[in-house]
Design a protein around this ligand. Sequence first.
Ligand SMILES: [Zn+2]
Length: 467
Amino acid sequence: MKRLLVPVAIFVLVQRTEAANSSPVAESYKAVADKLIAAALTDNHATDRLEYLCDRIGNRLSGSASLERAIEWAAAEMRSAGLSNVQIPPVKVPHWVRGKESAVMLKPIERPLRMIGLGMSVGTLPEGITADVVPAENPEKLASLGRDAVAGKIVLFTADADEKTYRTPGYRQAVTVGPSRAAALGAVAVLVKSGFILQNPRTTGLDPYDPGIPKIPAAAVSVEDALMMQRLVARGTPVRARLAMEAHQEPDADSHNVMGELRGRERPEEVVVVGGHIDSWDVGQGANDDGSGMMASLEAVLLIKRLGLQPRRTIRVVFWVNEENGGAGGRAYRAIIGNDVGHHIAAIEMDNGAEKPVGFSFGAADQDKKTPRAFARAVEIGTLLKGIGGGAITPRGGSGGDLRSLTADGVPGFAVKTVETLYPNWHHTHADTFDKIVLREFQLNVASLAVMSYVLADMPERFSDLK
Ligand SMILES: [Zn+2]
């Protein structure tokens, strides 16, 4: 007996060491992951669909006719590609209309300013608002100038936004709560210095105006024009400008989410969600944001199907509506699934542009600490994407945008992360167009979504049970 025990003990030891180094899940899905990656890297369907969406349908602001055309087209694409249970459940969305808009510097010299109204802003009277410009870095600095310096003026927020910039706190504050803070001090309009150069100002959605404070119009101006006005004022030269915007809110519009499924073979009631948002801003083509996320998600699932794979659980492709200026689609999806949220194993969203993927951010708040086994499993699955450089799993940040209502109820969330090298220059601008999509990089995104969603849906344990 003793002589037998020794080899058994060694065998167990070897098994354990192997498990610690390469993981069983990663091992058992290596072959299928490699197949999915190879298929994605020779696939043109996603980019063909994205080109059609961009060039034939166009940008897709909530409430617009082009958004509704995109919804009908996307559902038809899902049906013709063979997804089952394709639906377009109704969602009420805000309907903000930009209209014509312009800004001009009148003093010390007259010249047009490159501008773009911020989403959900109120407009001006037809003759516009003419006033002196008072620069301030951010709402706090503005408050320190005092009411006398601000009342009756156009405030120019100048917080720097360096790289990935639209997320720096000063800039975020300026474009979200800036107008209400300025209006509370008597300002008549707000301009915000954009994040990027090349005379290409970017829009984004304002936070709802503070009730009880006058609503004043807000627009972004190009970095170049903002810096010019800032320089002039710093030299003691008064700057006078006129801002005219037709922006207004119409009654909420009828719209839809879009969803379709690859049904699971063993536990079809359990669901992994993968998707992007179908709405976009009303400038550019919404190519990176987020046409790329939608089309990559759809193709990831279609590749799985085309390879004859049927995961244990259902993979549901969801195109959420109204991510940009309200989040109604994400909330509506949560409402429609009701108690089925308990059957949601994981949710993945691609909404950071289509440049080269580096991995996924996982979870909300400190979910990675609360669920260390799930995080460790995600890291293991990520090793399957090592070969394409797309498997780094980072904690936090997987709960953005449309997934917030799901992650709030405990569904593990994943957000695709990319290198974001040039994307911030195009994000929410006229330059977010199809020509920015690099085929190979886009294919890598399809590959990483296919592998991540397939393994999460197919692995023996429920991912959401790993704590
Ligand atoms: Zn987006």
